[in-house]
Design a protein around this ligand. Structure first.
Ligand code: GRF
Length: 209
């Protein structure tokens, strides 16, 4: 008898509306954790009162909040975040709209298995305003990038990208909504493939087995 596939453990980090988190939850619900390859074991945030946490609670998942202002230094916050995430023994950690840069300790524990999604085609337009910056620059195409996090700002090895055309009439919010549509599908696809197949990172290249 073939061994039953084991679902990998995911911790998802959020800071906002959590629609990327919801896309993961919906897909896992639709296909079943074993076929998808992963299940979410906890959701963490850097702030209270956000829809991302409410979505996790509605799904019956444990949540935790780790706020920078509750810690004396940024380093102490980073260590506390690493501890909170580590308590759930994740195989992969997913930053789905988590608007904080993690530090050394977090990367020492989760580097190489910490996935982020960014709303621009990296290496163009890194940082907190990827959509606004692409629009202001006059780019004709932009999109989203799912990548591993390293110690720079949106500089880690790229796993997958999705392209979105910029329209003449776009403002930041219209463009971001179309990007998020592509981004949610890409994130669901990439996290599932990483969980089911495993990966290795060779320099800047990510190889999914
Ligand atoms: C995404 O576009 C993500 O790339 C960006 O913030 C957005 C998060 O959306 N950093 P949501 O909270 O998943 O709805």
């Amino acid at each position: 008898m073939a061994a039953k596939p084991v679902a990998k453990r995911l911790v998802v980090l959020v800071s906002g509306s959590g629609t990327n988190l919801q896309a993961l939850l919906d897909e896992i619900e639709r296909t079943g954790a074993e076929s998808y390859g992963a299940r979410i074991v906890a959701v963490g945030a850097d702030r209270d009162g956000i829809e991302g946490l409410a979505r996790a609670e509605r799904a019956g998942l444990p949540t935790f909040v780790c706020r920078v202002k509750d810690h004396e230094t940024r380093q102490a916050w980073d260590a506390a975040l690493a501890e909170a995430v580590g308590a759930y023994e994740p195989d992969l950690v997913v930053s789905a709209g988590f608007m904080k840069i993690v530090g050394k300790e977090f990367l020492a524990r989760f580097g190489g298995r910490f996935v982020n999604t960014h709303p621009a085609l990296l290496p163009s337009f890194p940082g907190a305003h990827g959509v606004r910056d692409a629009l202001a620059y006059g780019a004709k195409v932009t999109g989203c990038t799912v990548h591993f996090v390293d110690d720079g700002v949106d500089t880690g090895p790229i796993i997958a990208q999705g392209v979105v055309e910029v329209r003449d009439e776009d403002d930041e919010s219209a463009l971001h909504e179309r990007i998020k549509d592509v981004e949610r599908r890409l994130l669901v696809e990439v996290v599932g493939r990483l969980a089911r197949n495993g990966h290795r990172i060779e320099g800047r290249k990510v190889v999914i087995q």
